[in-house]
Design a protein around this ligand. Structure first.
Ligand SMILES: Nc1nc2c(ncn2[C@@H]2O[C@H](COP(=O)(O)OP(=O)(O)OP(=O)(O)O)[C@@H](O)[C@H]2O)c(=O)[nH]1
Length: 559
């Protein structure tokens, strides 16, 4: 029932194949849009995953840096309190006395209470006097030394974190330093102090270079360190308008490498996380080592810089570069950038890549199946359509003569007669019957009779005009309706047909020929003032009977 309904709908369209094509195109577009939608959702999840992955590393690093910076600020505050109200104890007095006796030595170390404090390491007055950045002020040096002694107790308590090893130190402009990794008492102290005050982090804390007296990060290359590169966070120590020195912590790059590797790999994320300084120089990586060749070209770095410069601290974002997906995050506690690089290859091998591949394969499979079913259904519909056309033709036409059959002919003829009546046009009917057809059947057989019928129908079709319509209304009886044709004209047409039919011999089987003839009866609407087709046909049939009576092979148009 449902199938019939579909068939009826399809049959309304002139070309059902176009309907099938349209349906399949709609289904294809629909499935493609659905797959595309899935892909968009998947992409959103992928971006969120990349962001989360970098965010987790950035948060861990930020938390660790925050802890260290808090320590640094605590040490500065401790120094400030101590400078405001220095404590005078036997130990401090001894420290100051030792200093006064050692201050001219090239290097010195005050090792007062090594179980509880760190040693103070210093250089000579001469060394200090030779450097314009340094100043051993006689009025403040003793206060500073006793404050540094207090700091040495506190700094001794600072323990090295395993997650991100770093070194804390106080480098004084008065020619001494405290460090959480103390040296032995040897000439190395001079070189160490020199290096501390010669580094950019130190000079960058002068009042001219750091007027806002804020924490600054610097990235330096240290040939004497095994790891080479160091990043340093430094804050100045000022009291009563005097710049005393710098409190700083530095991280060997190796410790950052290890930290990034652990933080990134613990989460089992794909891709590589890199730490860049504020000039977009790579510092550390979660990979085994920093890439030998730069990861980004100059224009790509400029593109990253332009996006990042506008962003606030802690902000993050992402961008696509050739086949790589880049996620970046600004750290809250470091003036630099974390960048995660996810290559296409890593992406394909990862979870999202596998889902994308499955999604693509499913889409391809569904498209292939859709295509196959489109071919099959198109073929079926094409067969159904041609079958329907054949059935429709057979319902209206006589297969032997290819003229209208009786039912269809009566329908068409009645319609034509009504049209002629409405337009006041003449309308004529010719009734034709083959003469002595039974004898042909009897003599040559039924199939030869069929051949004669087909031949007579062809003669008939060739003889009448374009607007005339003919049909086979009985065994060997034919009828022709002639719109806009008078009785005289119709009689002429009938005569023409008669002559044509009778003019040629027809070759039948076994080489025998036969000349056939037909009799005609003609009637017209005007003479009876009647447009009813069935009555006009019976008048014509009556005249046909008369033609037979009068000797056959003739046209009769009168009663
Ligand atoms: N071969 C063939 N014969 C048919 C067909 N339809 C009807 N006939 C035959 O046509 C013959 C008609 O014969 P009749 O009605 O006696 O008329 P007739 O022999 O033509 O003689 P008149 O009409 O008096 O000239 C019959 O023998 C039918 O069997 C057909 O489709 N094929």
């Amino acid at each position: 029932m449902f199938g019939n309904a579909i068939q009826r709908v399809i049959s309304r369209f002139k070309n059902p194949q176009k309907v099938v094509n349209l349906c399949f195109i709609v289904v294809f577009i629909f499935s493609t849009v659905l797959t595309w939608r899935e892909a968009v959702v998947l992409e959103g999840a992928y971006v969120a995953n990349q962001r989360n992955s970098l965010d987790s590393v950035a948060t861990l690093l930020d938390r660790q840096l925050q802890h260290n910076i808090d320590n640094l600020l605590f040490y500065r505050n401790s120094m400030l309190y101590a400078l405001q109200s220095p404590i005078s104890t036997d130990k401090t007095r001894k420290t100051l006395a030792d200093f006064d006796s050692l201050r001219t030595q090239p290097y010195w170390q005050l090792r007062l209470d090594l179980n509880r404090s760190l040693p103070m390491n210093g250089v000579s007055d001469e060394f200090v006097n030779n450097s314009p950045l340094l100043d051993r002020d006689e009025q403040t040096i003793h206060t500073e030394l006793s404050s540094a002694l207090e700091l040495s107790y506190i700094m001794r308590l600072s323990h090295q974190t395993q997650t991100l090893p770093q070194r804390m130190f106080y480098a004084s402009r008065s020619g001494f330093f405290l460090t959480s990794t103390p040296p032995s008492n040897d000439p190395q102290i001079v070189a160490l102090y020199y290096r501390l005050v010669a580094q950019p982090y130190f000079s960058s804390q002068s009042p001219e270079n750091n007027p806002r007296r804020e924490l600054k990060w610097t990235h330096t290359f240290n040939p004497n360190m095994s790891s080479g590169q160091i990043i340093t966070a430094a804050i100045p120590l000022d009291y009563n308008g005097r710049w005393y020195g710098v409190l700083a912590l530095d991280y060997p790059i190796d410790s950052l490498h290890t930290f990034l590797r652990q933080a990134h790999n613990n989460e089992q994320h794909e891709g590589t996380v890199l730490l860049y300084d504020n000039e977009l120089n790579p510092i550390a990586t979660s990979a085994k080592s920093l890439p030998k060749h730069p990861l980004f070209t100059a224009p790509q770095l400029a593109r990253i810089a332009s996006v990042v410069t506008a962003a606030k601290q802690g902000a993050q974002g992402e961008l696509r570069m050739d086949s790589r997906f880049i996620t970046w995050a600004k750290l809250n506690n470091y003036d630099g950038l974390l960048i995660k690089v996810h290559t296409l290859e890593e992406g394909v091998q990862g979870e999202f890549g596998r889902i994308s591949v499955v999604l693509s394969v499913l889409w391809l499979l569904s498209t292939l199946m859709l295509f196959v079913s489109w071919v099959v259904i198109r073929h079926l519909v094409s067969n159904m359509f041609s079958l329907q056309q054949t059935l429709t033709w057979r319902a209206n036409y006589d297969t032997l003569t290819r003229l209208y059959n009786r039912g269809a002919f009566f329908e068409v003829a009645s319609k034509l007669s009504q049209e002629c009546q409405q337009q006041g046009q003449p309308f004529s009917v010719i009734q034709m019957d083959l003469d002595l057809f039974k004898s042909i059947n009897d003599r040559y057989g039924h199939s030869s009779g069929d051949k004669v019928l087909a031949h007579a129908a062809a003669m008939l079709s060739d003889a009448f005009r374009h607007d005339d319509v003919a049909g086979r209304v009985g065994g060997e009886e034919f009828c022709i309706v002639l719109p806009d044709t008078s009785l005289e004209e119709a009689t002429k047409v009938a005569e023409r047909i008669r002559v044509r039919i009778n003019s040629k011999e027809l070759l039948l089987k076994q080489g025998s020929t036969v000349r056939i003839s037909a009799s005609f009866g003609v009637s017209s609407a005007f003479e009876f003032n009647d447009y009813d087709f069935e009555r006009l046909q019976s008048y014509a049939d009556h005249r046909l009977y008369k033609a037979k009576q009068d000797g056959r092979n003739r046209v009769c148009n009168t009663d």
